[in-house]
Structures are given as structure tokens and as C-alpha cells.
Write a protein that binds this ligand. Structure first.
Ligand code: FAD
Length: 459
């Protein structure tokens, strides 16, 4: 058994003492949860309004999913675009996709405006496909992207692939053909199962370091209007007509708006004193999945990349078999005080957290999961060799999946004093950033268009 050892938290080199809430508080906006969603929401609200804001975190800033992810910046939903089109119609689905892609622009804006130094690496990343079903699904998504006015992702298909003839003629402009060895090269694999490669803009970052740096900017820039507390779990949220109170440790916080950025896993109750009950439905509608990752250090001999591998098998059971999907990132990483290293991280195995079960970041990481990741690296990543150094890091984190796989961003229909920017859903860095901006627009009172992110009316 291995300890949960995240490379992102190690890079924080944190020395700040935890300061818990120590008095009653009255602010305009209280944000619950200090992951990337909470910190970015605080930034945009403070930047775009003159309100007072307090950020309240149960543990430490960025120690949740934000400190235990793969750190891949990518702009897809956890569901195919074609499914979103079916559920919401073309225009809303495309607008949702465009919003997530706008997260890139917002990320750039934040970096430029705040001087955040946490490295962000940008590059063209790849996804390897191995079945006709996967190829057709991505081609269909691409056709919707074009119909909706978005750029398609480029797809290369192996010229000798036996099912090339089964691709409908209508898709012929959506891909190019090349010798399989060319696309295997893009995918950095020797595994001949891969018969197509998608490419798109991707990136890598340490979202925990980014959140810490952004928090530092917020603390210094808005010191008259901003406060934050760690080690301060919120126990109860009591919603009234125009404001709310929170019980935190033995203190009360009063606010006109509450923004929940708790990922989905919260140990508090919500009492709506002026409308439909929110609490239980909210808690039960989010499913937890534990994601497992490992990473090793190597010399800085390859550029940064992010590659997703869609395997031939498709296993969505709760066991961490890792048989259906595997992904890796490679990025420069400071190690032993020097910048001359890469960190290669790989993940894929997941486990569903049974309803009612508790997840602890302190749980150990089993050797079996680590072996699975090692096997996946051997089968898929051509640059991996048996002589590779042992994993320097093995870690896990919790993802909250909303029922439709889309982040919830916006006011609670049963009581708009409460807003959400939550639902980790596996891919959450850009959605959290976009969510922070959208939340600030709601709080400013802007008239917002309908979106796929709107919380459902549970009433
Ligand atoms: C293994 C793994 C791999 C991932 N890989 C990627 C990836 O490659 N790319 C990507 O885009 N996304 C990825 N994600 C998802 C991404 O990390 C998250 O979507 C993102 O970090 C979510 O941030 P958040 O702020 O919403 O949640 P979190 O970072 O989890 O923050 C929520 C915070 O709320 C606090 N909180 C909860 N309850 C309370 C309470 N009652 N009172 C006070 N505070 C409370 C928690 O302590 C926590 O700090 C991955 C996630 C995991 C777990």
C-alpha cells in the first residue's frame, strides 16, 4: 500500500498556517470550497463587482480534486457532443462547447492580469481511437461542430484499416488518410490497435499551484473586501428570501449570496426556509468516482504532451480495471532543485464510490492499481521501458459526477440566493474557470442566456 502522494501538492511548498474562522462574519458573497472553482469565482466576483467576499474551505486551499488531478487542460465534455445535441438541441450544445473553449481565453486573461507564474504548457494533444464505433462517434461530433460554427478536430485514419470502407460518405471531408505508422508516431505508441488519431489544443498545468498563486493575488489586491478561512467546514446552509446564514465551526456567516464550489462532496445540509426542500435531492444526485494516477520523473528529453488512448475494450464497471481508457501527460517538472526533468503522469483506473460511503484523501493507494497503470504504460506508451525509474508519485482524487455529466453553474431555481459552480465530472479545469466567470455575471445581475450548465429545477 502506498500513501496518497500528489506531485501538485508537493510543488506548493506550503508554509502558510491554517487560519480558521474565529468570529461571526457578514459579507455580500460567501464562497464555500477553495479549489480552482472557488478561487477563480472569488477572483471574478472581486474583479467585476465591488462586493465583499469570503472564501471558506473545510481543509486547505486546493487540496481537493484540484490538488489530485491529471492537470490536463482540455475542452471536451465527459459525454459526446452528439449526446448533448440530443438532450439540449444543437444551438445550446454548441454554445456549451464554445463556453468551455472560452475557458482558454479566460485562463490567459487571468494569467496576464494577475501575473500568475504557475507554468501553463500549451501544445497540440492527441487521442488514439481503436474501433469503428469510436471513429464514427468522433466524426459525428465533428460534423455537429461544423454545423454549429466551431472548428472541427482534425482526424487522421490509417490507410490500410479494414473498416475504412464502412465510414459513411457524408463524413469524407472530416478526416484525412495516412500510413498507420504516422499516426502511431503522433500517439507515441507501438500498439497497432490504434487506427485513428484526433488532434486538438491541449495543455498542462498544476491547478493547485495556479489556485494558490491566484489566491495570493486576490488577498493582496482586494484586501479590503476579501477574507478567507481554511480548516473551516461549513455545517449548515440556511436559505432565506434575500440572504442566507451558514454555520461554520461555532460561528455564523451571513451573506446575500452563497456560491457552492464544493465539487459535489459536502458534509453539510441545506435548509431552504422559503421554498422547496433542496437538501437530499442535491446530495443524492451526484455520484462519486475515485480516479487513480501515477507518475515518474525522467530527463527533460521530450516536449510536453497529453495523449488519451481509447482502448478496444470498454469497461464502465465500478472496479478500477482501467481497461477502457488510459491517458498520459508529460511536462517539465522541477525535481531535486533542478528544471532539467520531465514528469510523466498516467491514469485511467477509476472506482465508483458507493452512495453513502465516505472518501478520505488519506486512504492508501493499492499496489494493484499501480501495477495496472504500469501495464497500461507498457501497452500504450512507446517511450515507456521496463528500465524506467519507479513511480515517484501515486495519488488519487475524488470526482463528483452530475447526472448529465455537465458542471452545474448558476443559481438554484428553488432559491437564487444559492448558486453553484460544481460537479467535477472528470474534466473540470476549464469548466471551473468558465464557471467562475459565469457566476460573477449572475452575481452582477446580468441577464444570462439559457445554457446547458443551468441547475435543474428540483421543485
Ligand atoms: C484523479 C483526477 C483526475 C482529473 N484529471 C483532470 C484533468 O486532467 N483535466 C481536468 O480538466 N480536470 C481533471 N479532473 C477534474 C478537476 O480536477 C476538477 O474538476 C477541478 O479541480 C474541480 O475543482 P473544484 O474547485 O470544483 O473542486 P475541488 O478542488 O475538489 O474543491 C472543492 C473544495 O470544497 C471543499 N469543501 C467541500 N465541502 C466543504 C464544506 N462543507 N465546507 C467548506 N469547504 C468544503 C473541499 O475541501 C475542497 O477543497 C480530475 C480529477 C481527479 C480527481
Amino acid at each position: 500500500m502506498l500513501p496518497n502522494n500528489s506531485p501538485w501538492l508537493k510543488q506548493l511548498n506550503r508554509t502558510r498556517a491554517v487560519v480558521s474562522i474565529n468570529a461571526n462574519l457578514k459579507v455580500d458573497v460567501v464562497i464555500v470550497g477553495g479549489g480552482i472553482a472557488g478561487v477563480v469565482s472569488a477572483f471574478f466576483i472581486l474583479r467585476d463587482t465591488d462586493m465583499t467576499v469570503s472564501l471558506i474551505e473545510a481543509d486547505k486551499i486546493a487540496h481537493g480534486a484540484t490538488g489530485h488531478n491529471a492537470g490536463q487542460i482540455t475542452s471536451y465534455f465527459e459525454r459526446p457532443l452528439s449526446e448533448l445535441v440530443k438532450e439540449f438541441g444543437l444551438s445550446l450544445a454548441i454554445e456549451g462547447q464554445r463556453s468551455i473553449e472560452y475557458g482558454w481565453t479566460l485562463l490567459d486573461q487571468i494569467i496576464v492580469e494577475t501575473g500568475t507564474k504557475a507554468p501553463v504548457h500549451r501544445f497540440t494533444g492527441y487521442a488514439g481511437l481503436s474501433t469503428l464505433e469510436q471513429v464514427l462517434l468522433h466524426l459525428k461530433d465533428n460534423s455537429y461542430r461544423i454545423e454549429g460554427g466551431l472548428n472541427p478536430e482534425s482526424m487522421v485514419i490509417a490507410d490500410q484499416w479494414e473498416y475504412l470502407k464502412d465510414i459513411p460518405k457524408g463524413f469524407k471531408d472530416l478526416y484525412t488518410i495516412a500510413p498507420q505508422k504516422d499516426l502511431l508516431e503522433l500517439l507515441e505508441t507501438n500498439n497497432a490497435d490504434y487506427i485513428a488519431a484526433l488532434s486538438s489544443q491541449k495543455g498542462c498545468m498544476n491547478s493547485a499551484l495556479f489556485s494558490e498563486e491566484l489566491l495570493r493575488f486576490v488577498i493582496t489586491t482586494y484586501k479590503d473586501r476579501f477574507s478567507f478561512y481554511e480548516g473551516s467546514p461549513v455545517r449548515t446552509v440556511r436559505l432565506k428570501k434575500n440572504d442566507a446564514t451558514l454555520d461554520v465551526l461555532s460561528f455564523h456567516v451571513e451573506a446575500k449570496k452563497i456560491v457552492l464550489c464544493t465539487n459535489g462532496f459536502e458534509n453539510f445540509s441545506i435548509i431552504n426556509e422559503v421554498g422547496t426542500e433542496i437538501d437530499t435531492k442535491f446530495h443524492h444526485s451526484i455520484v462519486g468516482r475515485i480516479g487513480y494516477m501515477s507518475g515518474y520523473i525522467e530527463p527533460l528529453n521530450n516536449p510536453p504532451t497529453a495523449i488519451n488512448y481509447f482502448l478496444k475494450t470498454h469497461n464502465k464497471s465500478g472496479d478500477p480495471t482501467g481497461e477502457d481508457y488510459f491517458y498520459l501527460t508529460r511536462r517539465p517538472h522541477e525535481h531535486e532543485g533542478k528544471d532539467s526533468y520531465n514528469l510523466v503522469c498516467a491514469g485511467g483506473p477509476e472506482k465508483v464510490l458507493p452512495n453513502g460511503a465516505t472518501y478520505s484523501r488519506g486512504h492508501y493507494y493499492s499496489e494493484d492499481v499501480k501495477d495496472l497503470i504500469e501495464k497500461s504504460l507498457q501497452h500504450n506508451y512507446g517511450k515507456y521501458s521496463k528500465e524506467q525509474p519507479a513511480f515517484a508519485f501515486s495519488w488519487h482524487g475524488l470526482m463528483g459526477y452530475t447526472p448529465n455529466g455537465i458542471r452545474r453553474i448558476g443559481p438554484e431555481p428553488c432559491n437564487p440566493v444559492l448558486l453553484y459552480n460544481l460537479g467535477c465530472n472528470g474534466v473540470g479545469i476549464l469548466p471551473s474557470i468558465y464557471g467562475g466567470k459565469r457566476i460573477s455575471q449572475f452575481i452582477r445581475g446580468e441577464r444570462m442566456q439559457l445554457s446547458v450548465f443551468d441547475p435543474h429545477d428540483q421543485g
